[in-house]
Design a protein around this ligand. Sequence first.
Ligand code: ATP
Ligand code: MG
Length: 746
Amino acid sequence: MDPILHNLNPAQKAAVTSAVSVLQVLAPPGSGKTKTLTARVAYLLTHRNLRPWNIIVCTFTVKAAREMKARIKSLVGDGTEAKLVLGTFHSVAGRYLRRYGQHIGLDSNFGIADTSDSKAVVKRIIKSGGYTIDCNIARSRISSCKAKSISSDQYAASSKNAEQQEFAMVYSEYESVLKASNLLDYDDLLLRCAHLLQTHPQCVSNVEAVLIDEFQDTNIVQLDLMNQFAQYKKHITIVGDPDQSIYGFRFAEIMNLNRMQQQHPDTLIIHLEENYRSSGAILASAQQVIEQDENRPNKRLQATHGRGERPILRRLPTAAAEAEWLVTEIKRCRALSGNLLEYGDFAILLRSAILSRLIESVLGKEGIPYRMVGGTRFFDRVEVKIVLDYLRIIDQPNHNDAVLRVINVPPRGIGEQTVKNLSDEAESEKVSLWSTVLALVQGRTRVKAKISVQAMKGLSTFVSVILTSRKRRTDADSNNVSLADLIAHVTRKTGLEDYLKGKYKEDFDGRWASVQELVAQAADMDAALARGEEPEEETLPAIEGLEQRAFAATQDGLSVFLANVALSTEVQKSTEDGAEAQQQVTISTIHAAKGLEWAVVFIPACYEGSIPHSRAEDTNEERRLLYVAMTRAQVLLYLSCPVKNSKKEDAALSSFVASSAMSVLFAQQGPVVDRHAVASMAKVLRRECPTTTGIAAAQACLHRDADDYWPLDGEQPTVESRRWDAGGNDKVALPGFNFVGVGHRL
Ligand code: ATP
Ligand code: MG
């Protein structure tokens, strides 16, 4: 049997082998969409003889890209997968821009402004221009404009009132600042790439197939890009699920599925129906939640696994008690499974990253290893940001914001006023802050502002750190001075260690460890380059007759490293992958958990205001978010809600959970609730759907004997307990623990 088609059901097989030009695979969670897409890439490589550099594959997160590459490797296994043009939309767009950006007037050595960079720019513009618009609103509106391809000029031309005009000015200044610093933000990467491919279609003349995962979360520009990629050879495969569209708040367009069908009337749609991920009971409860959306076409998930354990809903007095309970439960599950469940089998999925604090502290106290995904990123840690800012300046001296952030960090006697004077001076001369500082230190110009002797000394030190590092960097090409050495040089020259020691007496060790971690990552990258592994940009093939950037000459570790940092959305540790990750509990935002799966999933803080979130505009999107979270679970699913939230306010059970729990309770199939939950449910129901039956039913529950509820502690096994073995197929009996093994390990 062909290993690529092995283990696929007939519908999946049809999708993998289909010879149509445009294909949409629309299916619910866990039905094997990603598996199908991956198999199709392998199939195109091996059975249709497509060359990997002629295939573009877009995923939604860096992690998904990495996993997909690993899956393809296991199917083709000859190193071909490394040559695919595979990555997030942003990274693929970035690759084209670096290679061919010169054709649209872009300096191909551009830096990438991540979310916090671009927020800082907006903040500064608003402050210095005396604008009144809120920084977050302005930032988000800029992104919204860009997602819809509206330029600042276009916006200005159509603005109708003073408020819109003010925003247009902020938007336009923002664009100038990025341009002057040679920076592109995330939206620019997509927009500029679309522009490049429109004006210079030859760049994609080689592309033979385009495949996209999680299509329901694409925006208009991404849809446009997809079509541009496929403009020579219309060969497009997308997979998606409208029920899992959760990025509307970032201007994703659920309508893209229909738009695509209209643009390509020959689109073949394949539906997959069986769910291979979750137990029947978990699916039933997730279904209860999503079905509350009345505008959605009725679809059912077909479980391929047995019913398994019923999901559990737990009500606890406080958020702290909830965190304690959750960690105890993880330990209990592990113990009952005879440690066959590893920490890596558990995930805690949160509506907002901020909820992780209490849970992290209990995990830490208990010595349980964990990793945080989608929250405060490793690269956002203060000490890591300092080093990265120095690297950015070394790479791009015109990066004004990076210069502003670290010109006096560690403190070297350069006061705020001095910095302001220098910035003003730079602005009026229309040069970068760095150029002004450099000219001043080198005695080439005088500035109007008075600079104290001490500040002058500080400025010289700063300039010397950057210049010596830049020199080392150029040496690096000839003498093999590594990126890790460059970082060590920066920390030494700036005296970072002493600075951190003085400033963070309590947790200096942790902070210094982060800096060391960064050095370790840089060393990994050095090693990869030394092994001759090509930077990802190299996967784009040379196109005859089209001028392109010559990588070998200009590409070095630093710019690749910085681009990777800016495009990664998660905590990255050099040791994170593989064995290590298997030993860590995952804490993740629900958004970042998309497409992934775990044996045991906890969804804490299921209260009104958290999910649905108090600031969310679209209740249906919030409900889909809970649905995405619930459908990540394979075997055990826990929902919980404290009576008082972390701010000690009353927390009402999430109406999504309350209504679903209520309706399934009496059908004897879904989440089983405890006394507190029922009480709170009755309260919510009274408010949400004041029908006598609902309330009467809830109240009836309250008077039932405690034994009728799911006993959360000390439960005796009733079903033979099973779990897959390491090889993936055979199930192994687990004595003393009550759950049914489902699914196959990848
Ligand atoms: P999501 O919508 O959450 O992204 P998905 O549709 O992409 O889900 P996959 O992640 O591809 O689903 O698959 C879910 C799980 O089911 C994976 O563990 C996968 O290996 C398994 N699976 C998919 N198809 C089959 C099959 N035909 N036989 C056995 N297992 C399968
Ligand atoms: Mg998927």
